[in-house]
Design a protein around this ligand. Structure first.
Ligand SMILES: Cc1cc2nc3c(=O)[nH]c(=O)nc-3n(C[C@H](O)[C@H](O)[C@H](O)COP(=O)(O)O)c2cc1C
Length: 454
């Protein structure tokens, strides 16, 4: 993420952590080259619009612990990293609620051109009222409405990127003096419940992938249905293997219901790893990092997505549904069941803090290279997950440790590639010749020029 504190809050204070340099180009080029050395498929850039201002009704903890504030725009670091690498992909998060498909399609296509087809879009719909207020709304749209808007947004987006310019519309023919053939560039009309595009031509010529690889990260059932229709990659997380297996199975079943194949959607689980050559050294490293972690930062992060100001509860006061209902009567409709369910019966503020010893609800996997590889292999086997999204702890040390210690171990076991394939990000993830959305993806149905040419 293009900011200081991302998931494991407080670790920016560690003397070897360099995330305070997030605004310098060298931070990004060095990171990209390191990840490419580790043969990572992509660097995933989370993002947030709005600030975490719910805990205590302000940004006291957020600012002190740099909880995703300040945050720079994630798109601009992509060309910088692309310039310094050849294969690494880029998963860029953008909240569609505050974009318009016409301009956003141009931004994504531009990135796809500049990276030779290495771009993905992590589609999010947001969860912060502060973002809505920042653009003049009273509060966010309701949870399911946000996904309904997303469906409509994507239809317009596909029409622009898939349906406007035919393959071969760009001739760049100096002799005939024809750059692009106007007969092969089509107007786009879209009149949906939320977005309207009135007979315009898309601004950009087809980029290598046309539509960027579509990622999605949502935890509700409405979010999973949205993923089943649009996403090619889903980013998720669960506290244990059984929970992860349920999420993976649910997404695959919903994809099939939506007319796709179960393996058309790849599922990546978040994972943080602290590894060293011996178990004792790994444990010491964990303890060293942990001294800097901020459970309060983690709480400021978490509660903002639920809209619940926990400082309205005593440290040991039970947070019951009845109290939440009295304080926030429209909570479920506003935040969805995934976030509303974050206060199971018996929860207190003290417990929530204690459950975040490493500045996040996510606990790292701590061990030797072979212990970490064993657990990764078990996760894949028992849950059906396709891969992992490695969360930084102390950066870039945690990436370097993983690359130098765990990846060789995974390679020895035949569980990790030893070289990149050629091609776009979509081809690297789904195979040669698959630069574009497959024909059975909903977005491909908007290539109307293909139907009329057939
Ligand atoms: C693993 C994971 C990662 C996410 N990353 C982001 C992010 O970077 N930026 C963002 O605005 N929302 C992010 N979200 C939020 C969702 O994309 C979604 O908009 C929000 O959670 C509400 O939908 P839901 O109720 O379906 O989860 C993430 C969610 C999950 C589960």
């Amino acid at each position: 993420m293009n900011c200081v504190g991302h998931i494991h809050h407080g670790l920016w204070k560690h003397p070897r952590d360099n995330s305070v340099d997030y605004h310098k180009p060298a931070y990004w080029t060095e990171l990209a080259q390191l990840l490419e050395r580790g043969l990572f498929d992509a660097v995933f850039l989370a993002d947030i619009v709005g600030v975490y201002d719910v805990l205590g009704g302000g940004i006291e903890v957020t600012a002190r612990e740099a909880v995703q504030l300040p945050v720079n725009d994630p798109t601009y670091v992509v060309p910088i990293m692309a310039q310094a690498t050849r294969h690494l992909g880029f998963g860029v998060t953008a909240n569609l609620t505050y974009e318009h498909p016409y301009l956003f399609a141009r931004r994504m296509a531009t990135l796809d051109h500049l990276t030779s087809g290495r771009v993905g879009w992590n589609i999010v719909t947001g969860y912060l009222d502060s973002a809505a207020r920042a653009v003049g709304l009273k509060q966010q749209f309701d949870h399911d409405d946000r996904y309904d808007r997303g469906d409509d947004f994507l239809d317009a987006f596909y029409k622009l990127l898939e349906g406007s310019w035919e393959d071969g519309a760009v001739l760049a023919d100096r002799e005939r003096g024809v750059y692009a053939d106007p007969a092969r560039i089509h107007r786009v009309w879209h009149e949906g419940p939320y977005y309207k595009v009135d007979g315009v031509y898309n601004l950009t010529a087809p980029s290598p992938q046309r539509t960027p690889v579509l990622f999605q990260a949502g935890a509700s059932q409405r979010g999973n249905r949205f993923a089943a229709r649009h996403a090619e990659c889903v980013f998720t997380g669960a506290p244990d293997r059984a929970g992860l297996a349920r999420i993976v199975a649910n997404i695959r079943a919903l994809a099939v219901e939506a007319g796709r194949r179960a393996d058309d959607v790849k599922v990546f689980s978040s994972l943080s790893v602290i590894v060293d050559r011996s178990a004792a050294a790994a444990r010491d490293k964990y303890e060293d990092y942990r001294r800097y972690a901020s459970a309060e930062g983690a709480l400021a992060h978490m509660v903002s997505g639920t809209g619940v100001d926990l400082e309205r509860f005593g440290l040991d006061e039970e947070i019951t549904d009845a109290k939440l209902e009295a304080l926030y009567p429209d909570r479920l409709r506003r935040v969805g069941e995934a976030r509303a369910g974050r206060f199971p019966p018996g929860t207190t503020r003290r417990q929530l803090l204690a459950a975040r010893p490493f500045g996040s609800q996510q606990q790292p996997l701590v061990g030797t290279p072979s212990q970490v590889a064993d657990e990764i292999a078990r996760l894949v086997e028992e849950t059906g997950v396709d891969g992992f999204n490695l969360t930084r702890t102390v950066a870039p040390e945690s990436y370097r440790d993983f690359i130098e210690l765990v990846i060789p171990e995974l390679q020895q076991r035949g569980l990790y590639k030893t070289a990149y394939e050629e091609g776009t990000l979509r081809e690297k993830l789904f195979g040669a010749g698959q630069a574009h959305l497959p024909a059975r993806h909903h977005g491909a149905s908007h290539r109307s020029w293909q139907r009329s040419a057939a």
